[in-house]
Design a protein around this ligand. Structure first.
Ligand code: HEM
Length: 532
């Protein structure tokens, strides 16, 4: 029997799906014929009493569920995670304590903008979401392949995604970033500039899911056994190195094989070429929170690796393809709020919004409150809750279901403060209720400029070409112009090359822009790919 607890759990579900024996209805009644419906005579109308026909059609009519509102297209795989050594110094998370303990994982890679049936090799961010089935419950690290995000506050997410998605009147374009609404939004929201630089770089067209990085993006918090917190940023590094397609290759792949990245992942695992990633962390002691020239709670900023090196803490191997795309890859439900003791949140306003949004959307996408019972979502430790009933309830609960409770039955005891249970980090907060973002979030251009300055000449060329291609499709001249103005804040040469390519005037140097001084110590060298 396999050692992997998730695999043993899946085995039970496979056994419940008998592959042998005659065809039956959902009620288990064997059917004698499935090709002709029951009719009056050989050429007459179909009879309502044909329950097999009705059941077959009805089920088919209800096979589709809503696709994810973002990250609709994805590919997943199972595997395991192993820490290199105990991380007890920083976190009490059980799965980060013992190098001899393998924690099962499920990973889903995705594109963000396109629908479920769109092509893989579009210019887009890639999702990199990992569910760790730990001995203390599920921990989800729901990351992307870029270390920053477009916006600082989750309240803007619906606006941003409405601008990013196809335009409402004609649903064009699907799967591309070249359109007016996106550039209108980003040129009016300069906090997007850093992420737009990443999006126009080769990072946005990865060669393979096996060859891209992953980032938790937000600053999270590790909490040790004594309750001491340490800020943490998560990094996945692929063992095969970071590789991208160039634009022409990406275009050709879209035509020849829209499943290019999905197929690559599947075939590599079938061939025993298991994708492997190292997990690294950047750790910042709580007392150093304000020692940076940006805000640790601002998801549009990286912590430069020269300031805080990435410390490798473990590795993940993906070694099993799912058995069923819908049951597993489509129904998996990641959620930033799925944390375990030892890992906690910060007040990053983007993270706080995500902690609401994922569960909320999954309630509709997966049809009610019981989706944690789906095999791919089940923890490997038995959940014991007082949650009852609801659509698609599969458990047969016994006993009472409330707390406190002296009658016994279904009600579990509350774990004591013995280190087993999750208890929220006791951060001190106070203040007035206001809708105002701190001044420490207001530098929109310095890290965008650092990114640009850290690029080699050929990488810069690709970025300029990408801006020209994408902006060149924008019909509203004022949107093109305003975007160039924004780029002038990042780098005047970049703005001037883009302006030339798309036929708009460049603002006077110094009039409406500045060239931030990049400190060489803040280079992005360590984040660069190997090129292609
Ligand atoms: C998927 C919301 C920012 C990574 C989703 C989904 C929603 C959502 C509603 C669909 C989930 C589902 O149907 O199961 C948000 C909101 C954000 C935000 C409100 C900002 C406030 C981010 C950021 C990242 C990210 C910053 C990366 C760090 C992902 C990934 C998925 C996803 C990887 C796909 C998960 C999967 O494979 O099933 N997001 N998101 N999102 N989001 Fe976000």
């Amino acid at each position: 029997m396999t050692e992997d607890r998730k695999e043993r759990q899946r085995e039970k579900y496979r056994a419940a799906d008998p592959a042998e024996g005659p065809l039956t209805t959902d009620q288990g009644v064997a059917v004698d014929h499935t090709d002709d419906s029951l009719t009056v005579g050989e050429r007459g109308p179909t009879l309502m009493e044909d329950f097999h026909f009705r059941e077959k059609l009805t089920h088919f009519d209800h096979e589709r569920i809503p696709e994810r509102v973002v990250h609709a297209r994805g590919a997943g795989a199972y595997g395991y995670f192993e820490p290199y050594e105990s991380c007890a110094e920083f976190t009490r998370a059980a799965f980060l304590q013992d190098p001899s303990v393998r924690t099962p994982v499920f990973v889903r890679f995705s594109t963000v903008q396109g629908p479920r049936g769109s092509a893989d090799t579009v210019r887009d961010v890639r999702g990199f979401a990992t569910k760790f089935y730990t001995s203390e419950g599920n921990y989800d690290l729901v990351g992307n392949n870029m270390p920053v995000f477009f916006i600082q506050d989750g309240i803007k997410f619906p606006d941003f995604v409405h601008a990013l998605k196809p335009e409402p009147h004609n649903e064009i374009p699907t799967g591309a970033s070249a359109h007016d609404t996106l550039w209108d939004f980003v040129s009016l929201q300069p906090e997007t500039m850093h992420m737009m630089m990443w999006l126009m770089s080769d990072r946005a067209i990865p060669r393979s899911y096996r060859m891209m990085q992953g980032f938790g993006v937000h600053t999270f918090r590790f909490v040790d056994a004594r309750g001491r917190g340490t800020f943490v940023k998560f990094h996945w590094k692929p063992k095969l190195g970071v590789h991208s397609l160039v634009w022409d290759e990406a275009q050709e792949c879209q035509g020849r094989d829209p499943d290019f990245n999905r197929r690559d992942l599947w075939q590599a695992i079938e061939a025993g070429e298991y994708p492997e990633y190292e997990l690294g962390v950047q750790l910042v002691p709580e007392e150093d929170e304000f020692n940076f020239d940006f805000d640790l709670l601002d998801a549009t900023k990286i912590i430069p690796e020269e300031q805080v090196p990435v410390r490798p803490i473990g590795h993940m191997v993906l070694n099993r393809n799912p058995d069923n795309f819908f049951a597993e890859t489509e129904q998996v439900a990641f959620h930033t709020a799925n944390v375990v003791p030892g890992i906690d949140f910060t007040n990053d306003p983007l993270l706080q919004a995500r902690n609401f949004s994922y569960l909320d959307t999954q309630l509709i996408r997966l049809g009610g409150p019981n989706f944690a019972q789906l095999p791919v979502n089940q923890p490997v430790v038995p959940p014991r809750t007082n949650q009852r009933d609801g659509y698609h309830q599969t458990a047969i609960h016994r006993g009472t279901n409330y707390s406190p409770n002296s009658l016994g039955g279904g009600c579990p005891a509350i774990a004591g403060a013995d280190g087993y249970a999750f208890s929220h980090y006791a951060e001190r907060v106070e203040g007035h209720k206001i809708r105002k973002r701190s001044e420490s979030f207001k530098d929109f251009y310095s890290q965008a400029a650092l990114f640009w300055n850290s690029m080699s000449d050929w990488e810069k060329r690709h970025i300029v070409d990408a801006f020209r291609f994408e902006l060149g499709k924008v019909e509203a001249v004022h949107v093109r112009e305003r975007t160039v103005e924004q780029l002038a804040h990042v780098d005047y040469d970049l703005a001037s090359q883009v302006a030339q390519g798309i036929g708009v005037a460049l603002p006077e140097p110094g009039a409406n822009n500045h060239k931030p001084q990049a400190s060489p110590a803040l280079s992005f060298d360590n984040l660069q790919g190997d090129g292609s």
